[in-house]
Design a protein around this ligand. Structure first.
Ligand SMILES: [Fe+2]
Length: 321
């Protein structure tokens, strides 16, 4: 059984896989989200291609799912997708992080969008490949932080802009918010709202593996222009219908349906880690350049537009070793 340990109340006994739980806390836990055969196939491929990596690193960048079917088999599970549909979001996989070592990363928010609709349509997931040891650097999340009122526009005004760990911790203290430690079992998926504040804790014992996959999913509503044109949030079923059948006529953001039932982006999507990977010529400048200037400097026509995605980077991100 997966465990959710609240700092204030001890082990959480509520059902963590309901719409009510997700809306109240900003996260949920889906038990047995991925079938054993897919977990086994993924592990075999990971070991064959990454097993020699001494630092437990996986495939080198966060678009590996595009080429590796075993990643999509896990992350596009119909159970995970069904949960997203139950909270009324139609989203597609666009980021996969495949390292098998504990990752230390301080408090942060994944969805770097200054408007309200985008973060609801930008969700994270962690699928565990084993029983999570509390000493292996488990993920923690701040209950209810997805509803905090903060100056998101200011924080995310540049490609690498963000709230600092100190700002988020100060807000947590001000709000007297609860911290929940997530200890998932093999095959369980922990999912979180794009504005939920979370972190990878420092491992007490870095020798203990924390085998799992991190994923991000989203849809076109992360673009403020698209929200304006749509008149607000688009219900999950309507979003999937538009993008699977391409009713939108927007080729850049066409979803594909994977054989295990969920959706993924076969191409497109800009992320901060992808920017670094695909445009090394930008160097350190990428951290301070404005979105407007970036759009003039790189050709984004093949990867969607810059209003689409601006997530997933943190300067403190490193392997616990
Ligand atoms: Fe994150």
């Amino acid at each position: 059984m997966s465990k959710l340990i609240s700092l204030k109340f001890g082990e959480i006994k509520e059902n963590p896989c309901t719409v009510e739980f997700y809306e109240k806390h900003g996260f949920a836990l889906i038990e047995n989200a991925v079938e054993e055969d897919y977990l086994n196939a993924y592990e075999s491929r990971w070991l064959a291609e990454n097993g020699a990596n001494k630092d437990f690193s996986g495939w080198g960048h966060d678009k590996a799912y595009m080429d590796i079917d075993e990643i999509k088999d896990v992350l596009c599970s119909h159970k995970i997708n069904n949960f997203f549909m139950s909270v009324d979001i139609g989203v597609a996989l666009h980021v996969s992080k495949t390292d098998w070592a504990p990752r230390f990363i301080t408090w942060h928010i994944d969805a770097a969008h200054s408007h309200e609709i985008g973060p609801k349509n930008y969700v994270g997931a962690y699928v565990s490949l084993g029983t999570t040891d509390i000493n292996s650097g488990p993920i923690q999340i701040i209950s209810g932080s997805h509803k905090w009122e903060m100056d998101y526009k200011k924080a995310f005004s540049s490609p690498y802009g963000m709230f600092s760990n100190e700002e988020l911790e100060a807000k947590r203290i001000e709000m007297d918010s609860d911290v929940v430690t997530i200890l998932p079992e093999r095959g369980d998926a922990f999912v979180w709202h794009g504005r939920a504040v979370h972190k990878g804790t420092e491992a007490v014992n870095p020798e203990i593996a924390r085998k799992g996959i991190v994923a991000h999913y989203c849809n076109r509503l992360v673009s403020e222009d698209f929200v304006t044109n749509a008149g607000g949030h688009v219900p999950g079923r309507e979003m999937v219908k538009q993008f699977i059948h391409n009713d939108s006529g927007d080729d850049d953001h066409f979803f594909s349906k994977w054989r295990t039932g969920g959706y993924y982006y076969p191409d497109c999507t800009i992320t901060r880690t992808w920017l670094q990977f695909a445009h090394p010529e930008l160097g350190d400048e990428v951290k301070s350049i404005s979105w407007e200037e970036l759009e003039k400097r790189i050709d984004v026509s093949k990867r969607g537009d810059l209003g689409f995605l601006q997530p997933d980077y943190h300067p403190d991100y490193h392997i616990n070793s």
